[in-house]
Design a protein around this ligand. Structure first.
Ligand SMILES: Nc1ncnc2c1ncn2[C@@H]1O[C@H](COP(=O)(O)OP(=O)(O)OP(=O)(O)O)[C@@H](O)[C@H]1O
Ligand SMILES: [Mg+2]
Length: 249
Protein backbone atom coordinates (compact mmCIF):
# COMPACT_ATOMS: atom_id res chain seq x y z
CA UNK A 1 0.00 0.00 0.00
CA UNK A 2 1.29 3.48 -0.70
CA UNK A 3 2.35 5.59 2.24
CA UNK A 4 2.02 8.95 0.55
CA UNK A 5 0.71 10.25 -2.77
CA UNK A 6 1.00 13.99 -2.73
CA UNK A 7 0.99 16.58 -5.51
CA UNK A 8 2.34 19.77 -4.02
CA UNK A 9 2.21 23.26 -5.52
CA UNK A 10 2.71 22.19 -9.13
CA UNK A 11 3.20 24.89 -11.78
CA UNK A 12 3.34 23.91 -15.45
CA UNK A 13 3.74 26.43 -18.27
CA UNK A 14 3.01 25.44 -21.87
CA UNK A 15 4.11 27.91 -24.53
CA UNK A 16 4.52 30.63 -21.91
CA UNK A 17 1.00 30.18 -20.53
CA UNK A 18 0.46 28.83 -17.05
CA UNK A 19 -1.55 25.64 -17.42
CA UNK A 20 -1.31 24.24 -13.89
CA UNK A 21 -1.08 26.89 -11.19
CA UNK A 22 0.04 25.80 -7.75
CA UNK A 23 -1.95 22.59 -8.04
CA UNK A 24 -1.99 20.63 -4.80
CA UNK A 25 -3.91 17.55 -3.71
CA UNK A 26 -3.24 14.19 -2.16
CA UNK A 27 -4.77 10.78 -2.82
CA UNK A 28 -5.33 8.12 -0.18
CA UNK A 29 -4.74 4.38 -0.66
CA UNK A 30 -7.91 2.91 -2.15
CA UNK A 31 -9.22 6.31 -3.18
CA UNK A 32 -10.63 6.99 -6.64
CA UNK A 33 -10.16 10.62 -7.62
CA UNK A 34 -12.21 11.58 -10.67
CA UNK A 35 -10.76 14.34 -12.86
CA UNK A 36 -13.02 16.45 -15.03
CA UNK A 37 -12.54 19.64 -16.99
CA UNK A 38 -12.75 21.05 -20.52
CA UNK A 39 -10.51 20.08 -23.44
CA UNK A 40 -7.05 21.55 -23.05
CA UNK A 41 -7.42 22.12 -19.30
CA UNK A 42 -4.27 20.13 -18.49
CA UNK A 43 -5.73 16.81 -17.31
CA UNK A 44 -3.46 14.60 -19.43
CA UNK A 45 -0.56 16.92 -18.66
CA UNK A 46 -1.15 16.36 -14.95
CA UNK A 47 -0.86 12.58 -15.37
CA UNK A 48 2.39 13.06 -17.30
CA UNK A 49 3.72 15.22 -14.46
CA UNK A 50 2.85 12.44 -11.99
CA UNK A 51 4.61 9.91 -14.22
CA UNK A 52 7.69 12.14 -14.38
CA UNK A 53 7.44 12.54 -18.17
CA UNK A 54 6.79 16.29 -17.87
CA UNK A 55 8.87 18.20 -15.36
CA UNK A 56 6.94 20.96 -13.61
CA UNK A 57 8.56 24.41 -13.36
CA UNK A 58 7.66 24.42 -9.67
CA UNK A 59 6.40 21.94 -7.11
CA UNK A 60 6.80 18.26 -6.39
CA UNK A 61 5.03 14.93 -6.71
CA UNK A 62 5.72 12.51 -3.92
CA UNK A 63 4.65 8.90 -4.17
CA UNK A 64 6.08 6.56 -1.55
CA UNK A 65 5.33 2.97 -0.59
CA UNK A 66 5.59 1.45 2.86
CA UNK A 67 8.24 -1.10 1.88
CA UNK A 68 9.21 -0.91 -1.78
CA UNK A 69 9.20 1.29 -4.86
CA UNK A 70 5.63 2.18 -5.77
CA UNK A 71 4.24 0.56 -8.94
CA UNK A 72 2.26 2.79 -11.31
CA UNK A 73 -0.18 1.52 -13.93
CA UNK A 74 -0.98 4.01 -16.69
CA UNK A 75 -3.40 3.95 -19.60
CA UNK A 76 -2.73 6.95 -21.88
CA UNK A 77 -5.51 8.84 -23.62
CA UNK A 78 -4.58 8.03 -27.19
CA UNK A 79 -2.67 4.90 -27.94
CA UNK A 80 -1.97 4.16 -31.58
CA UNK A 81 -1.84 0.44 -32.29
CA UNK A 82 -0.93 -0.61 -35.81
CA UNK A 83 -3.75 -2.69 -37.23
CA UNK A 84 -1.18 -5.19 -38.49
CA UNK A 85 0.69 -5.42 -35.18
CA UNK A 86 1.61 -9.11 -35.02
CA UNK A 87 1.02 -9.64 -31.35
CA UNK A 88 -1.72 -11.60 -29.64
CA UNK A 89 -3.77 -9.99 -26.89
CA UNK A 90 -2.42 -12.41 -24.25
CA UNK A 91 1.18 -11.45 -25.06
CA UNK A 92 0.29 -7.77 -25.23
CA UNK A 93 -1.16 -7.89 -21.69
CA UNK A 94 1.89 -9.83 -20.45
CA UNK A 95 4.07 -6.87 -21.50
CA UNK A 96 2.59 -5.00 -18.54
CA UNK A 97 4.20 -7.40 -16.05
CA UNK A 98 7.14 -6.03 -14.10
CA UNK A 99 10.51 -7.84 -14.24
CA UNK A 100 10.18 -8.60 -17.94
CA UNK A 101 13.93 -8.90 -18.30
CA UNK A 102 13.56 -12.65 -18.13
CA UNK A 103 12.16 -14.03 -21.39
CA UNK A 104 9.77 -16.57 -19.89
CA UNK A 105 6.57 -16.34 -17.86
CA UNK A 106 6.38 -18.05 -14.48
CA UNK A 107 3.36 -20.04 -13.35
CA UNK A 108 2.48 -17.11 -11.10
CA UNK A 109 2.73 -14.67 -14.04
CA UNK A 110 0.36 -16.82 -16.07
CA UNK A 111 -2.10 -17.02 -13.20
CA UNK A 112 -2.05 -13.22 -12.78
CA UNK A 113 -2.64 -12.66 -16.51
CA UNK A 114 -5.50 -15.17 -16.55
CA UNK A 115 -7.11 -13.63 -13.49
CA UNK A 116 -6.75 -10.07 -14.84
CA UNK A 117 -8.21 -11.06 -18.20
CA UNK A 118 -11.21 -12.62 -16.47
CA UNK A 119 -11.64 -9.49 -14.40
CA UNK A 120 -11.54 -7.19 -17.42
CA UNK A 121 -13.63 -9.51 -19.61
CA UNK A 122 -10.85 -9.99 -22.15
CA UNK A 123 -10.28 -13.79 -21.83
CA UNK A 124 -12.07 -14.52 -25.09
CA UNK A 125 -9.71 -12.13 -26.92
CA UNK A 126 -6.53 -13.91 -25.75
CA UNK A 127 -5.52 -15.33 -29.12
CA UNK A 128 -6.67 -12.40 -31.25
CA UNK A 129 -4.16 -9.96 -32.74
CA UNK A 130 -4.33 -6.75 -30.71
CA UNK A 131 -4.52 -4.56 -33.83
CA UNK A 132 -7.78 -6.16 -34.94
CA UNK A 133 -9.75 -5.51 -31.76
CA UNK A 134 -12.52 -2.93 -31.63
CA UNK A 135 -11.90 0.40 -29.85
CA UNK A 136 -13.78 -0.72 -26.74
CA UNK A 137 -12.05 -4.11 -26.64
CA UNK A 138 -8.67 -2.38 -26.89
CA UNK A 139 -9.58 -0.13 -23.96
CA UNK A 140 -10.29 -3.17 -21.79
CA UNK A 141 -7.01 -4.77 -22.89
CA UNK A 142 -5.09 -1.57 -22.06
CA UNK A 143 -6.67 -1.61 -18.59
CA UNK A 144 -5.69 -5.28 -18.20
CA UNK A 145 -2.10 -4.46 -19.20
CA UNK A 146 -1.97 -1.71 -16.55
CA UNK A 147 -3.46 -4.04 -13.92
CA UNK A 148 -1.21 -7.10 -14.37
CA UNK A 149 1.61 -5.24 -12.69
CA UNK A 150 -0.49 -5.08 -9.53
CA UNK A 151 -0.22 -1.30 -9.32
CA UNK A 152 -0.33 0.85 -6.20
CA UNK A 153 -1.32 3.83 -8.32
CA UNK A 154 -3.54 3.64 -11.41
CA UNK A 155 -3.69 6.55 -13.86
CA UNK A 156 -6.54 6.27 -16.36
CA UNK A 157 -6.83 8.90 -19.07
CA UNK A 158 -10.30 8.66 -20.60
CA UNK A 159 -10.32 4.88 -20.46
CA UNK A 160 -14.07 4.77 -20.95
CA UNK A 161 -14.09 7.10 -23.97
CA UNK A 162 -14.62 4.48 -26.69
CA UNK A 163 -17.02 2.28 -24.80
CA UNK A 164 -20.76 1.91 -25.25
CA UNK A 165 -22.84 3.19 -22.29
CA UNK A 166 -23.17 -0.24 -20.62
CA UNK A 167 -19.46 -0.98 -20.99
CA UNK A 168 -18.60 2.48 -19.64
CA UNK A 169 -20.61 1.81 -16.52
CA UNK A 170 -19.05 -1.65 -16.15
CA UNK A 171 -15.51 -0.33 -16.49
CA UNK A 172 -16.02 2.56 -14.07
CA UNK A 173 -17.61 0.18 -11.57
CA UNK A 174 -14.76 -2.34 -12.00
CA UNK A 175 -12.14 0.35 -11.51
CA UNK A 176 -13.95 1.55 -8.37
CA UNK A 177 -14.13 -1.99 -6.99
CA UNK A 178 -10.46 -2.74 -7.71
CA UNK A 179 -9.42 0.55 -6.26
CA UNK A 180 -11.21 -0.16 -2.97
CA UNK A 181 -10.45 -3.90 -2.71
CA UNK A 182 -6.78 -3.67 -3.67
CA UNK A 183 -6.08 -0.29 -2.10
CA UNK A 184 -5.09 1.26 -5.42
CA UNK A 185 -4.94 5.05 -5.53
CA UNK A 186 -6.68 5.82 -8.79
CA UNK A 187 -6.91 8.94 -10.94
CA UNK A 188 -9.80 8.59 -13.38
CA UNK A 189 -10.08 11.22 -16.11
CA UNK A 190 -13.41 11.36 -17.91
CA UNK A 191 -15.73 13.81 -19.61
CA UNK A 192 -18.68 11.78 -18.34
CA UNK A 193 -19.77 13.72 -15.29
CA UNK A 194 -22.40 11.12 -14.39
CA UNK A 195 -19.79 8.33 -14.27
CA UNK A 196 -17.31 10.45 -12.37
CA UNK A 197 -19.82 11.53 -9.73
CA UNK A 198 -21.17 8.01 -9.30
CA UNK A 199 -17.88 6.18 -8.91
CA UNK A 200 -15.30 8.65 -7.60
CA UNK A 201 -14.71 9.26 -3.93
CA UNK A 202 -13.63 12.83 -4.68
CA UNK A 203 -13.44 14.97 -7.79
CA UNK A 204 -10.76 17.30 -9.11
CA UNK A 205 -12.21 19.90 -11.45
CA UNK A 206 -9.50 21.39 -13.61
CA UNK A 207 -9.64 24.36 -15.94
CA UNK A 208 -6.67 26.26 -17.38
CA UNK A 209 -4.87 27.86 -14.47
CA UNK A 210 -7.55 26.97 -11.93
CA UNK A 211 -8.77 23.98 -10.03
CA UNK A 212 -11.03 22.87 -7.26
CA UNK A 213 -11.15 19.56 -5.43
CA UNK A 214 -13.86 18.13 -3.21
CA UNK A 215 -16.64 15.59 -2.94
CA UNK A 216 -18.71 14.85 -6.05
CA UNK A 217 -21.63 16.66 -4.42
CA UNK A 218 -19.56 19.74 -3.73
CA UNK A 219 -18.03 19.88 -7.19
CA UNK A 220 -20.76 18.60 -9.42
CA UNK A 221 -24.08 19.11 -7.71
CA UNK A 222 -23.49 22.47 -6.11
CA UNK A 223 -21.79 24.02 -9.10
CA UNK A 224 -23.39 24.53 -12.44
CA UNK A 225 -20.74 22.82 -14.54
CA UNK A 226 -22.65 23.31 -17.76
CA UNK A 227 -22.35 27.01 -17.23
CA UNK A 228 -18.71 26.75 -16.28
CA UNK A 229 -17.81 24.63 -19.29
CA UNK A 230 -19.54 27.04 -21.63
CA UNK A 231 -18.07 30.08 -19.99
CA UNK A 232 -14.59 28.70 -20.56
CA UNK A 233 -14.59 30.45 -23.88
CA UNK A 234 -16.12 33.69 -22.73
CA UNK A 235 -13.20 35.70 -21.53
CA UNK A 236 -13.35 37.04 -18.02
CA UNK A 237 -16.71 35.62 -17.04
CA UNK A 238 -15.24 32.12 -16.82
CA UNK A 239 -12.49 33.39 -14.59
CA UNK A 240 -15.02 34.90 -12.22
CA UNK A 241 -17.13 31.76 -12.15
CA UNK A 242 -14.18 29.49 -11.51
CA UNK A 243 -12.76 31.77 -8.87
CA UNK A 244 -16.09 31.78 -7.11
CA UNK A 245 -16.14 28.02 -6.76
CA UNK A 246 -12.46 27.70 -6.00
CA UNK A 247 -11.76 26.64 -2.47
CA UNK A 248 -9.36 23.72 -2.72
CA UNK A 249 -6.50 25.96 -3.24
N1 LIG B 1 4.01 18.63 -25.48
C1 LIG B 1 3.23 19.69 -25.67
N2 LIG B 1 3.64 20.72 -26.43
C2 LIG B 1 2.85 21.81 -26.61
N3 LIG B 1 1.64 21.94 -26.07
C3 LIG B 1 1.18 20.94 -25.31
C4 LIG B 1 1.95 19.76 -25.06
N4 LIG B 1 1.24 18.94 -24.27
C5 LIG B 1 0.08 19.58 -24.02
N5 LIG B 1 0.05 20.78 -24.64
C6 LIG B 1 -1.04 21.76 -24.57
O1 LIG B 1 -1.41 21.89 -23.22
C7 LIG B 1 -2.81 22.03 -23.10
C8 LIG B 1 -3.34 20.96 -22.18
O2 LIG B 1 -3.27 19.70 -22.83
P1 LIG B 1 -3.81 18.38 -22.15
O3 LIG B 1 -3.59 17.29 -23.11
O4 LIG B 1 -3.22 18.24 -20.80
O5 LIG B 1 -5.36 18.73 -21.99
P2 LIG B 1 -6.56 17.81 -21.47
O6 LIG B 1 -7.18 18.50 -20.29
O7 LIG B 1 -6.09 16.43 -21.28
O8 LIG B 1 -7.58 17.92 -22.69
P3 LIG B 1 -8.55 16.81 -23.37
O9 LIG B 1 -9.83 16.80 -22.56
O10 LIG B 1 -8.79 17.36 -24.74
O11 LIG B 1 -7.85 15.50 -23.38
C9 LIG B 1 -3.35 21.97 -24.53
O12 LIG B 1 -3.58 23.28 -24.97
C10 LIG B 1 -2.26 21.30 -25.32
O13 LIG B 1 -2.26 21.75 -26.63
MG1 LIG C 1 -6.44 14.67 -22.22
Amino acid sequence: MIKKFCVDQIDVYINGEKLLDHLSFSVQPGEMLGIIGPNGAGKSTLLKVILGVIKPQHGTVEITHNDRRPVIGYVPQARAIDEEMPIQTWDFISLGLPHRLRPWLTKRDRAVIKETMELTDTSHLAKQPIGKLSGGEKQRVFLAQALVRNPDVLLLDESTANLDPKAQEEMASLVHELCVQQNISTLFISHDIHLVSKYSHRVLYLTRGHYTVGSAEEIIDNANLDVLYQLQHVNGMAQTAVETMRYGG
